[in-house]
Ligand binder design. Structure first.
Ligand SMILES: *Cc1c(COP(=O)(O)O)cnc(C)c1O
Length: 467
């Protein structure tokens, strides 16, 4: 029996892995979730302790993929994916204090954890498309990390043309250059003369509009609601727990959170047999999740730009996947909840809130506290953290209490990606870009600046996708 996928809103068709890989939102507006999860016993976990990252990834991912990809192909794809990472451990652990650890998820090509999922997603898509004899166009909007990770993940894909929109002159130089210096015939960077919301609105509109691409070419999304991205992220929870010998003794994770994709993967790892005690939602001033966990009301506020821009969100799209479980996996109930939320706010029932609180803890950090924490970790532990990770380490200590669990903070980005925040912390050190990016500022950039106009952007895409 292989795992199938259903929509959280209960009205989408049931899909296999291959279809879910190519799907964005379900037609009923919901997100796809697996109908069942693989479970790993204590004996299974013991047997997995000595595996390399790619071998472990195979064990975790294969049940979700099912018969869609042959074992030898899937193993080759995973080996190839994680060979791109600079550190031999792929996701190395660093000890800060007795029971406080950091899991470095920034050893991939673009220095953020998104590489774990997007390096794999590009290869999975290209493999499946090659077999089907299809070509697709990927369209995405980015304010930073997602764009570069998606571009790096797809730059060698024969069956994918990629168009990434970013707001012109509104992303950092490092982030822009990480995208625009990738010169490949299938990669197109579009700088839109507007803000990030304008870019995102164009992507949304393009997915619902009349087909505008030649030859009926299909449009595919690689944003954080794509199931395969969540799936890939489950692996490092297992990897770090096994590396720390946590097969029975409890382990907790503190996760710098925006769209709730990364931490949702940790929640799944727990259900799949990992002895996870707490999952700490670490947020910046955009604290929609901290508020719902504290008071039980899920309500959108306006966006507040922060020093941790990759967590600047007003709604956490993947939170719907957790809400689906809290609704007893009843699509009709969840649909009602999402309607309520769309109408203003959603108040969780007492039992749903109690269940959420038994799984998650949360903590919120201001920009000032983020800078203090960067300085604090540097001075006390001699370790440099980026602003996202700093929110994680701060939340880890705040929420640890007297638990006997080991606490692991996910380091979601390399400090060199956010030099301005490191400088603002006043510690007087700078983070250097790793060797493979040391000449980033000397590389040639290519991108097209287009007006903030949907028709112009769509015409550009139609003219530039390979036939
Ligand atoms: C994307 C991102 C996050 C947030 O991850 P979600 O899965 O959206 O919760 C945190 N930190 C960094 C550096 C990121 O790029």
């Amino acid at each position: 029996m292989s795992i199938r996928y259903v929509s959280t809103r209960g009205n989408g068709p049931e899909l296999n892995f291959e279809d879910v890989l190519l799907a964005g939102l379900a037609p009923d507006g919901g997100l796809y979730v697996p109908t069942s999860l693989p479970h790993f016993s204590k004996e299974d976990l013991l047997a997995m302790r000595k595996m390399s990252y790619a071998e472990l990834a195979y064990e975790i991912v294969a049940p979700f993929v099912g018969p869609c990809i042959a074992e030898s192909d899937l193993r080759a794809i995973l080996n190839d994916t994680y060979a791109e990472f600079r550190h031999p451990a792929v996701a190395p652990l660093v000890q800060l204090e007795d029971d406080q650890w950091v899991l470095e998820l920034f050893q991939g090509p673009t220095l953020a954890f998104k590489d774990f999922a997007l390096q794999l997603l590009g290869r999975l898509l290209d493999h499946v498309l090659g077999r089907r004899g299809e070509k697709v166009v990927i369209m995405g909007a980015t304010s930073g990390d997602t764009g570069s990770a998606a571009i790096e993940g797809c730059k060698r894909c024969d069956n994918i043309d990629m168009f990434i929109l970013h707001p012109h002159e509104r992303v950092s130089d490092v982030q822009r250059r990480q995208m625009t210096t990738v010169i490949a015939p299938n990669i197109h960077n579009i700088a839109v003369q507007g803000n990030f919301d304008d870019c995102q609105a164009m992507v949304k509109a393009s997915f619902v509009a009349e087909p505008f691409l030649p030859n009926g070419r299909r449009l595919v999304a690689v944003n954080s609601i794509n199931w395969a991205r969540i799936m890939a992220q489950i692996v490092y929870y297992f990897y770090s727990a096994l590396a720390l010998g946590r097969i029975e003794a409890p382990i907790s994770f503190s996760v710098p959170t925006g769209n709730f994709g990364d931490i949702f993967a940790g929640y799944l790892a727990k259900q799949m047999g990992l002895p996870v005690e707490k999952l700490v939602i670490a947020t910046n001033r955009n604290d929609v999740l901290h508020r719902v966990l504290t008071h039980g009301t899920y309500a959108k506020l306006s966006l507040e730009p922060s020093l941790s821009p990759s967590m600047d969100i007003t709604v956490s799209s993947n939170f719907e996947r957790l809400l689906f479980d809290l609704a007893g996996r009843d699509g009709a109930v969840l649909s009602r909840w999402m309607d309520e939320f769309a109408g203003g706010d959603l108040t969780l029932s007492e039992s749903a809130l109690a269940q959420a609180k038994s799984l998650f803890d949360s903590h919120r950090c201001s920009d000032e506290e983020t800078c203090e924490e960067i300085a604090n970790v540097w001075e006390n532990n001699g370790y440099l953290v980026d602003p996202h990770t700093a929110i994680g380490t701060k939340a880890a200590r705040a929420c640890h209490g007297d638990s006997s669990a080991i606490m692991v903070t996910l380091a979601t980005a390399h400090p060199a990606k956010f030099p301005a925040s490191i400088e603002a912390s006043g510690i007087g050190v700078t983070a250097d870009l790793p060797a493979h990016l040391a000449d980033l500022f000397e590389r040639v950039e290519t991108y097209d600046v287009l007006p903030n106009d949907l028709a112009d952007v769509q015409r550009f895409m139609a003219e530039n996708c390979r036939v």
